[in-house]
Design a protein around this ligand. Structure first.
Ligand code: PLP
Length: 412
């Protein structure tokens, strides 16, 4: 399903949005995050996939590979950690805390009795747990019924205490809020709600690092973006808002066309576009794309999506699984890439549109299009990855290494 957003504009980046998310703050977050040993250095690769681009019939396809961002396996390593640091700076304003030293665990004594809590579908919770472990505070993670045991173990490995509930994601968000208010803990959530915006704002600001790197790696100029289209997968909308804000501020009215992609069972952004306001998903909110299985749009993210996303679309689970296999295989001589279930959703959306000429033309896609997709996670649930792709992530990575070793021969 694809709909054009009647509220999309092509103005310079509005000042009221710049007061919330800005390139300046994104760059500050980026420099603080670079002091954390869980963030890989240098920038994650921007991979060219010419074989797949030719097969799909577009002019170019670039994939920003966030599976390489961190040992944590996803771009979420950029969100919760920076929000936690900024929260601590706000709570202890008179201590002259150095954010870089926080990322080196130098204030553990001060923070031993400080507890943070969040609901999660996996990646956000893992990033928060890992950051809390480094910084030296306590972390409680609330998991809903559909989070796999494999994802639970990955979070617990970073020292978080796990609370499992019988309900869905939205109920886990409510339970985290309840536990926080009863115990005097602090919620570090990636989604906003009434009266709760500072932390999700900081989470989204952290994601700006991805856009900052893309702009510099692609030599994008303000008036000449390297890409005509950017496909952004959506859970609550935070990833999309973080990237859109940066690119919109940088390119202004020349910004690329943004297309938001969600699972059809968790279509809260699509429903928001129909309603013209943050809305709930209509489906079961249960998808193989675990990171995108969110029932409610983040109202703060929606402030950025409503005026800037040109098209909203939904995909089926099978579309994501196909895209995982295509990326892993290394289509037509391209580099093999490990893309997780939610990681490949943007690419899956692109492939769905290009299979249907009417939809491709509605989205302005043709042989001249230069498209950017973000592989937001690697095999964050390795057993699920192997089952869906028919090959382990290690084996795909081994083929990737061989591909790189052969690269000089291919260029001859
Ligand atoms: C791998 C992955 N990609 C994309 C998203 C979507 O991010 P958001 O919920 O901020 O829209 C998530 C969210 O958890 C995720 O884990």
């Amino acid at each position: 399903m694809l709909i054009a957003n009647p509220r999309a504009t092509r103005t310079p980046y509005p000042e009221e949005l710049r007061r919330i998310l800005s390139i300046e703050k994104a760059e500050q977050s980026r420099s603080w995050l670079s002091c954390w040993d869980k963030i890989s250095s240098p920038a994650t690769p921007l991979r060219e996939l010419p074989g797949l681009a030719a097969e799909l019939g577009i002019g170019g396809l670039s994939l920003k590979d966030e599976s390489m961002r961190s040992v944590l396996g996803s771009f979420k390593a950029l969100g919760a950690p920076i929000a936690l640091v900024r929260l601590i700076l706000r709570l202890w304003p008179d201590h002259g805390l150095d954010p870089r030293a926080l990322f080196q665990g130098r204030y553990r004594d001060l923070l031993t009795h400080f507890t943070v809590i969040s609901a999660t579908d996996g990646n956000h919770g893992k990033a928060l747990a890992a950051a809390a472990q480094t910084i030296g505070c306590r972390c409680v993670i609330v998991l809903h019924a559909n989070v796999s045991v494999e994802r639970e173990a990955a979070i617990a490995a970073y020292g978080a205490e796990i609370v499992r509930i019988a309900g869905n994601y939205d109920e886990s968000v409510e339970e985290a809020a309840r536990l926080a208010s009863v115990n005097g803990w602090h919620v570090v959530s990636d989604t906003s709600y009434d009266g709760y915006e500072d932390i999700p704002r900081d989470v989204m600001q952290g994601y700006g690092t991805v856009a900052a790197e893309v702009v510099s790696q692609s030599n994008g100029r303000p008036d000449a973006p390297a890409f005509t289209h950017v496909f952004l997968q959506g859970g609550v909308g935070g990833l999309a808002a973080g990237l859109i804000s940066y690119m919109w501020e940088f390119h202004g009215a020349h910004r690329p066309r943004f297309i938001a992609v969600e699972p059809q069972q968790a279509d809260c952004l699509y429903q928001s576009a129909l309603a013209g306001q943050p809305s709930r998903a209509t489906g079961s909110v249960d998808s193989v794309m675990a990171g995108l299985a969110c029932g409610e749009t983040s109202p703060l993210a929606w402030k950025f999506l409503q005026p800037a996303v040109d098209e909203f679309m939904t995909i089926r689970d099978i579309d994501a699984i196909d895209a995982m296999r295509v990326l892993a295989s290394g289509s037509e001589g391209d580099i093999p890439v490990v893309g997780g279930e939610s990681g490949v959703a943007g690419l899956a959306g692109l492939a769905v549109l290009l299979r249907q000429p009417e939809l491709a033309s509605q989205a302005g896609l043709d042989h001249r299009s230069r498209v950017l997709v973000i592989n937001t996670e690697g095999a964050t649930a390795p057993a699920a990855y192997e089952e869906l792709v028919g090959e382990t992530a290690e084996s795909v990575l081994a083929r990737q290494t061989m591909w790189r070793a052969d690269a000089p021969a291919r260029q001859l």
